[in-house]
Every structure is written in structure tokens, then in C-alpha cells.
Design a protein around this ligand. Structure first.
Ligand code: PLP
Length: 344
């Protein structure tokens, strides 16, 4: 992709920086399935320490990290409660059910993206042989780009623990949540039994995720990781990117959020666009279906990549978008909406 291409489809599109590539090239490696890769071990320890957990496990993707967490917390015939829009329920191809024989129990979201306590209370099944065993509550932060307030998360995790459930946080974008909430990442994580963090979103790595939990949990998680094909060998090359990102790409997430805010402001007054957000590094747009269908190809010709889905458009800022790029995008939107009429 040429350097003047602006890609707002997702924060997964970033290319590793020269400094990240240098760190990867210099990584000391070993066979991680034997536990011998010093760079993987350092990343696992660094993420665990940063989030206030005993241990970490490196995985190829956050999808696999969530599935490994589900399969470690739950047995066949158990059930997990998650939001209707939760990534681990809706956007991971049903992995928990297909590969873990774990039944999902989805519940509606509150307006802030969290789950309502009364919905969770109602979803927990009694100990009765008619029912699956409710075993786990899985939450997500950020969700749909929204940083969910910690008080609402804590109410739910406290309640779940009181009922004997385990809790998992899909914190794929946990550092965005911490940035938006103005708290250390550990504050977002610590009321959960396990947490997934994705390295290939805003943190800018080419691949990877880290699952954190207790020593015992992580030891048990090694079996499903192996089963799912996630036991990599000289994975330190990838883990080095993660260590580099923890040192250099966390504080800068605030820049992504500021650019998303500028983008939302620039689009808000355009006739025909309804702007929702900014939410951390994301801005959501609604527009009439004719324009929604026409805008992606029109913008691609101008070197701007957008992605509409489920009747709306999500714009995501990241490491490879700068302030000048955002101004170019705002100007392109103004031109498009002046030129292309809405469906009559
Ligand atoms: C992207 C994402 C995942 C999956 O991440 P991959 O590394 O692409 O598998 C999981 N959960 C949430 C909330 C995400 O945004």
C-alpha cells in the first residue's frame, strides 16, 4: 500500500514500524512449546505484571485466547454468559460451542455497552439436570469502541464471583479502555479471573495476544492452546513486537483517541451523516443506503479505505493515520456528500 493511502477500516491494518521490526529481528528465541523462548517468557511475564496477574500465555490471536479461556474455565456441557454483541459470542464463528461444546447464554446490553445486573441474575441457571451448568461470565472492554465504566464491571464480577462463577474479560482493546478511563490497565483487568489482550489492534503488532490469569489457570490453558494449534515454536520473533509495543505504543493510544475526536467533529456538521462517537479510537456513521453503498468505492479511488457493515460505517484511527490524513478524510466526506445525492 502506498504511504499516502489512508486505511480507516480497522486498527488491525497497521504495519510494524522500523523500530518494531528491528526489535523482532534482534529477538532471542527458543522453542516455546518447551517453554524455552526467552522473549515469549518475558512478554508473558511483562503483560501479567502490568495487569496484576500471576502468569501469562502467548497466543497467535485474541480469538484463540478467548476460546482457550472459555475451554479452560468451562467443561463440555457448561455455559458462559456474554453480551449479544460480545466478540467471543458473535464474532468468533461460534468457537466456544463448536470446539468447546460450551453453550453460550447471550444477554442484551445496557446503553453503555455493559451488561445489566438483573439480566445476568436472570440468566444464571439453577443447579438442575434440565439445564446446562452456568460456569462463566465473559465481559468485554472496550466494546464497540466504548470504554465501559469500571463500577459497572465490578458490580457484575463481584456478583458472579459470589455465585461461584468464573469471570473472563475480553480486553482485546483493554489499553484503549484504560486510556479513555484514565486509569492504569491493571484497574480495568483486576476484578477478573482471566483477561485477553490483543497485540495486533491499537498496539500495532503484526500478530499475537496474551491471556493472563493465575499460575494454575495458565498451566491448564496450555492444553487447549496446544489442541487448537496455538503452540508456536520460535515465537519470540512475534513476542518481541509485543514487548516493543508495551514500551512504545501504549501512551500514544491517546493520540488515536484525539484523532477520532477530531474526525467526529469534522463530520458532525455534514448534512446526511449521523455521527455516533467518538468512542476511544472509533467513530460510527449512519447515512442513507445509497450513499453507504457508493462511498467505499468512491473513497478507494482517492486512496481512502472505509468499511461499512451491518448498515453503518465504522472509522478507526491507529498508528498509521496522522492529523493531516484525518483532515484529508474530512474533506473527502464533505466533497462526497455535496456531490452524491441521498436516495429520493
Ligand atoms: C479483534 C478482537 C478480538 C479478536 O482478535 P484477533 O486477534 O483478530 O483474533 C477479540 N475480541 C475483541 C473485543 C476484538 O476487538
Amino acid at each position: 500500500m502506498s504511504t499516502d493511502m489512508i486505511d480507516l477500516r480497522s486498527d488491525t491494518v497497521t504495519r510494524p514500524t522500523a523500530a518494531m521490526r528491528a526489535a523482532m529481528a534482534a529477538a532471542e528465541v527458543g522453542d516455546d512449546v518447551f517453554g524455552d523462548d526467552p522473549t515469549v517468557n518475558r512478554l508473558q511475564a511483562a503483560m501479567a505484571e502490568r495487569l496484576g496477574f500471576e502468569a501469562g500465555l502467548f497466543l497467535p490471536t485474541a480469538t484463540q485466547s478467548n476460546l482457550v479461556a472459555l475451554m479452560t474455565h468451562c467443561q463440555r456441557g457448561d455455559e458462559y454468559i456474554a453480551g449479544q454483541q460480545a466478540h467471543c459470542y458473535k464474532y468468533e464463528a461460534g468457537g466456544g460451542a463448536v470446539l468447546g461444546s460450551i453453550q453460550p447464554q447471550p444477554v442484551e446490553h445496557a446503553d453503555d455497552g455493559s451488561l445489566r445486573l438483573d439480566h445476568v441474575v436472570a440468566a444464571i441457571k439453577a443447579d438442575d439436570f434440565h439445564y446446562a451448568r452456568t460456569r462463566l461470565l465473559a465481559l468485554e472492554n472496550t466494546i464497540g469502541g466504548r470504554a465501559v465504566p469500571l463500577s459497572s464491571m465490578r458490580t457484575l464480577t463481584d456478583f458472579a464471583h459470589g455465585k461461584g462463577l468464573a469471570t473472563h474479560l475480553d480486553g482485546a482493546r483493554l489499553f484503549n479502555a484504560a486510556t479513555a478511563l484514565g486509569v492504569p490497565a491493571g484497574e480495568v483487568a483486576h476484578s477478573f479471573d482471566s483477561v485477553t489482550v490483543c497485540l495486533s489492534k491499537g498496539l500495532g503488532c503484526p500478530a499475537g495476544a496474551v491471556l493472563v490469569g493465575t499460575h494454575d489457570f495458565i498451566e491448564r490453558a496450555r492444553r487447549p492452546r496446544k489442541m487448537l494449534g496455538g503452540g508456536m515454536r520460535q515465537a519470540g520473533i512475534l513476542a518481541a513486537a509485543g514487548l516493543h509495543a508495551l514500551d512504545h505504543h501504549v501512551a500514544r493510544l491517546a493520540d488515536d483517541h484525539a484523532l477520532a475526536a477530531r474526525l467526529a467533529d469534522g463530520l458532525r456538521n455534514i448534512d446526511g451523516i449521523t455521527v455516533n462517537g467518538p468512542h476511544t479510537n472509533m467513530v460510527f456513521l449512519q447515512m442513507d443506503p445509497t450513499r453507504l453503498a457508493a462511498i467505499e468505492p468512491a473513497f478507494a479511488q482517492q486512496g481512502i479505505l472505509l468499511h461499512g457493515y451491518e448498515g453503518r460505517m465504522r472509522l478507526v484511527t491507529h498508528l498509521d493515520v496522522d492529523a493531516a490524513g484525518i483532515e484529508r478524510v474530512i474533506a473527502a466526506f464533505k466533497g462526497f456528500f455535496a456531490r452524491v445525492p441521498a436516495q429520493s
